[in-house]
Each structure stands twice: as structure tokens, then as C-alpha cells.
Write a protein that binds this ligand. Structure first.
Ligand code: PLP
Length: 350
């Protein structure tokens, strides 16, 4: 076996959704965000497992993702599109029953002109300044829009992973000011907001990263496990270097294992010389630079040459690995790439 193995634990995924769902009142619907190929883990297996567990609302970033998801889920579950109704999306939206979250008066006009009152939602900007209608814009169209019966009125928090950040309250108050009393379902929170407490839940929550085992859901079960086969190992003498740029030089005799997996597999080059791989719970430090297809690992202290080493495992989750690379768990997951042998674990596997 010459490529890494990516095990995707669908039971853990479902357990994470259930644990997040249990944090809100039974009247709050917990949706699932499956954009970017289910955060890199595969939109088909992830969405099927979640649908089987009872998820009825899914969110994606782009209409094309919604189209792919519709093939996976069939008719029934609702699919919301964050980028709304963009030019060229009309046929996809209408043929595949996607629900665009309209972000601007331009998008509203496009949607109503092309599809009348076909299902739609609205995204409001409450301070993130990324997507959605601003208060003045919304004030101008709210009556008309609400008359057409939106499926959802939503906004998004910029700082929800920092519970004490004053912007959370500010956005909550802005959202309330823009939507209290509208009589349409409302949604404000992704994983971080869901964890801030019930006042952030409204009618629908939209967790993504927490389902996949990432922070800020610190009680999440890990979903992705990666193990990389050892291609070769060698003894390196004091003064010899390892890898590109000769950036690591052995001070003492060391045994170096070269594993199959590198930055082309989302094991970011910025973790060069910093992270570790694990053998049965023992950390083995990365030596020198991460290459495109290989990483050199110090196994001197193991005393055996293992057949493989783990880079995502119980000892080191996506956020720990992200820490070494100077990034966040989201980027680790969505960078993993196509080269792994992917194995689905758990009863949700279909
Ligand atoms: C990505 C995204 C989510 C999910 O966010 P997580 O932090 O992964 O839970 C929810 N809502 C919007 C608008 C998003 O872009």
C-alpha cells in the first residue's frame, strides 16, 4: 500500500451532530453545513450519514455543490446555498430545488424575475461585511420579501469562536433589530454561535466544523484519522542533513523514516520541523521540510520500524496539527486532497 489511509468515522460524525443538536431546545432545528465536499471528507458519505441520522436541512456554498448534493440525497431534504442566486444559476436552482439565500437587491430581483416566488431565503449582514443585505437595504425591501414567504432569514457571526468578543452581542442585537417579529424562520449560528447559548439559536442552527471534529466544539469526537505508510527508513549520522534545503542536521545518530504523504495531501509545508507523527501513542517528530509526497520522521526512540505512522489520531487531532502549521482545523480538513485511500467507518456507511 503506497498512499496514506484516511479513515472517516461516520459514527463520530453523527454523534457530533447529535451532541450539538442536544444543546438547543427541541423546537430548534439543527441543520448541517456540508460545503467544500463536506469539509474535505466527502459530501456523499457525510451527507448520507447525516440524513440517515435525521438532518433535514443542508447548507452548501455554491449552487454547483447543491446540485451534486441533490444527486446524493434525492428529493426531500432542503438544500440552502450561501452564495444565493448568482447569474447562470437559475436552471440549477429551479431544476434541483435549491434554496438560494439571497444576498442583495440584485439577487432578489434576479430570483423573483426568473422564478417568481420559488423557495428562497435571505441573508442579512449584521456586521461581518461579507455577504448579505445591510440594514438600510433590508429596510427598503423587507415588506416585499416577507410577503413572498422566505424559507429562512439568516445572518452569520464573525467572532463566535471567541465567546467574550463584544461583536457577538452586537451582531445578536443587530439581528434581532432587523428580524424580530418577522414571522419567518431565523438562523444566526454556526458551530461557534450554537455553543454561545440559547439566545443565539433562533429556529435553525448551521453547524459545520463541529460535525467534523473541529474547534470551537471542544467536546467533538474526531472524525478524520490518517495513517501514512513508511516507504523506507535509514540511519543518519551526526552532521548529516535530512530533506530539501538541508534544514535539519542530526546532532546524534538518528533513525529517520520516510512516510508517503506530503503537502500535496494537505499536510502543509508550514508544519516542516514542527509537528509529529505517532506510533501507538508515541510521538515521532517531523525532521526537516515536508515535501510534496513525503515527510521525514524521527523514529530513533521507537526501536522498531513501524509499517505506518499516524498524523491524525487520538493523540493529535485536526486542531493540534493545524497549530503546527499556523492555521485552523478547517484548513487542514479541506486541504486533504484526493490521494488518500478513503475508508468509511461506522454504521452510517452506506
Ligand atoms: C461555513 C459556514 C457555516 C458553518 O460554520 P462552522 O464554523 O464550520 O460551523 C455556517 N454559516 C455560514 C454562512 C458559513 O459560511
Amino acid at each position: 500500500m503506497s498512499t496514506g489511509t484516511l479513515n472517516i468515522d461516520l459514527d463520530a460524525l453523527v454523534a457530533n451532530w447529535q451532541a450539538l443538536d442536544a444543546k438547543s431546545a427541541p423546537t430548534v432545528e439543527t441543520a448541517a453545513v456540508v460545503k467544500a465536499d463536506g469539509y474535505g471528507l466527502g459530501v456523499a458519505p457525510v451527507s448520507r450519514a447525516l440524513a440517515k441520522a435525521g438532518v433535514r436541512k443542508f447548507f452548501v456554498a455554491a449552487a454547483e455543490e447543491g446540485a451534486e448534493l441533490r444527486q446524493v440525497l434525492g428529493r426531500g431534504p432542503e438544500i440552502f446555498v450561501f452564495s444565493g442566486h448568482m447569474a447562470g444559476d437559475t436552471d440549477m436552482i429551479s431544476d434541483l430545488d435549491l434554496i438560494p439565500l439571497l444576498n442583495s437587491v440584485d439577487q432578489l430581483t434576479r430570483h423573483f424575475e426568473a422564478l417568481g416566488t420559488a423557495p428562497f431565503g435571505v441573508q442579512l449582514d449584521t456586521g461581518m461585511n461579507r455577504l448579505g443585505m445591510e440594514p438600510a437595504e433590508w429596510a427598503g425591501v423587507a415588506e416585499l420579501v416577507l410577503g413572498a414567504g422566505p424559507q429562512l432569514v439568516m445572518s452569520h457571526l464573525a467572532c463566535a469562536d471567541e465567546p467574550d468578543h463584544p461583536q457577538n452581542i452586537a451582531q445578536l442585537e443587530m439581528f434581532r433589530a432587523m428580524t424580530d417579529g418577522i414571522g419567518a424562520p431565523r438562523s444566526l449560528s454556526a458551530t461557534g454561535g450554537l455553543l454561545l447559548g440559547p439566545e443565539y439559536h433562533f429556529d435553525v442552527t448551521r453547524p459545520g466544523v463541529g460535525l467534523y471534529g473541529g474547534l470551537p466544539f471542544d467536546a467533538a469526537r474526531p472524525v478524520a484519522h490518517i495513517s501514512l505508510p513508511v516507504i523506507q527508513s535509514r540511519v543518519v549520522e551526526p552532521g548529516e542533513s535530512v530533506g530539501y534545503g538541508a534544514s535539519w542536521v542530526a546532532e546524534e545518530q538518528a533513525t529517520i523514516a520516510t512516510v508517503a504523504g506530503g503537502y500535496a495531501d494537505g499536510l502543509l509545508r508550514s508544519m516542516s520541523g514542527k509537528g509529529a507523527l505517532y506510533h501507538e501513542g508515541t510521538a515521532c517528530p517531523i525532521r526537516g521540510r515536508v515535501s510534496m509526497d513525503m515527510i521525514a520522521v524521527d523514529i530513533t526512540h521507537l526501536g522498531v520500524e513501524p509499517r505506518s505512522l499516524d498524523i491524525l489520531c487520538a493523540e493529535q487531532g485536526v486542531d493540534a496539527l493545524a497549530g503546527f502549521a499556523g492555521t485552523i482545523g478547517y484548513e487542514i480538513l479541506t486541504s486533504l486532497g484526493a490521494r488518500y485511500r478513503r475508508q468509511l467507518l461506522g454504521g452510517g456507511a452506506a
